[in-house]
Write a new protein. Structure first.
Length: 342
């Protein structure tokens, strides 16, 4: 049997119950909102492209230094931050995207999220939409198969493919849709204590089936297994997206050992245990920022509005953290070579 990895320690190992009585949200005040207004106006006057905006372009004289503590919490602390009170009602969707990008520039560097060059990805249910005049949605609807981010309902526990994922809430669902976070490092430790063979299988990892629209050609299977857990340069990391793993099984005929097969579902079972998850009800104007390497996130089921202009909508950003020591096998976003900007 493979030698059992030692338990992971540090502030990124936690249970949701630990945050029940802690006010960890960062609340913007009127001065902060005025600084955001001025920063947005300055960026628009400069004509700089969204993808080129850095923190020195989105100048926040007093808010910026205070965001450093939130960035530290994401990077070396608990692994998440929540900024509340962004004045989204003052801006249209494009300007809200610039604001989200400018704020996130204080946490990392933005990345494309598709081969089409989506730097801002609208998280919205498009499963029943066949055509639209919305410029940011047209090429998404035209895909041969929608990505999971454009399906509604429940999302199982997963990471995204970048160092950090950020979500700016613009509209909420008719009901439900609560966000959940869990420490993947705590999940790792529980697996090691209760299911060591399954943890060993997760270090070995799974193959991923990549959709044709994401390869620029035919569907493909990852050349090697992608580890769920891996230490790199002394830092632990987690990477797990269940849907492409499942597609590799059902469409490519990949088969795994009983321990690996059980481990795929054990992640969900452990993260769903009472007290493990931190539940967040995101409200319009909330910006959630997550360290993908140490946290898992999920979404509860929800009922949405039938009209697309009223549906639950969040703007998603992917960020790279300069100097972050992450295993190359876990940098799957390198598959996206943008061919256009939206």
């Amino acid at each position: 049997m493979t030698e059992r990895p030692p338990p992971i320690t540090g502030p990124q190992v936690w249970t949701g119950a630990e945050f029940d009585r802690i006010d960890w949200a960062f609340r913007l005040d009127d001065r902060d909102r005025d600084e955001i207004d001025r920063a947005l106006a300055a960026v628009k006057r400069s004509g700089i492209a969204l993808r080129d905006i850095r923190r020195e372009h989105f100048v926040l004289p007093t808010l910026g230094p205070r965001l450093k503590a939130q960035s530290d919490a994401v990077e070396v602390g608990r692994g998440f931050a929540l900024l509340k009170g962004i004045p989204i009602e003052r801006y249209d969707e494009d300007d809200n995207g610039i604001v989200a990008w400018g704020l996130c520039a204080h946490f990392g560097s933005g990345l494309p999220q598709s081969r089409q060059g989506d730097y801002i990805n609208p998280i919205i249910d498009l499963t029943d939409i066949t055509s639209t005049t919305h410029k940011r949605l047209q090429h998404i609807v035209a895909r041969g198969e929608l990505r999971v981010s454009h399906h509604g309902g429940r999302r199982y526990w997963h990471t995204d493919t970048a160092d950090i994922v950020a979500l700016l809430c613009l509209r909420i669902a008719k009901s439900g849709g609560t966000s959940r976070l869990a420490s993947s490092m705590m999940v790792h430790n529980i697996l090691g204590a209760e299911f060591p063979d399954e943890l060993a299988a997760l270090y070995d990892g799974f193959y991923y089936h990549i959709l044709p629209d994401d390869t620029g050609g035919a569907a493909s299977l990852s050349q090697a297994k992608v580890p769920v857990f891996k230490e790199y340069n002394g830092a632990p990391g987690c990477y797990f997206i269940p849907e492409p793993v499942e597609r590799a099984i059902t469409r490519e005929g990949i088969r795994y050992s009983p321990a690996a097969e059980a481990a795929r579902f054990r992640i969900e079972e452990i993260a769903d245990r009472p007290g493990m998850a931190l539940r967040m009800t995101l409200e319009p104007g909330d910006l959630q920022i997550i360290n993908n390497r140490v946290l898992l996130h999920a979404r509860e089921d929800y009922e949405d509005w039938p009209e697309i202009e009223r549906r639950r909508l969040l703007l998603r950003l992917w960020l790279r953290v300069p100097g972050r020591t992450t295993a190359p096998e876990m940098r799957v976003h390198s598959q996206f070579e943008p061919t256009a900007s939206y």
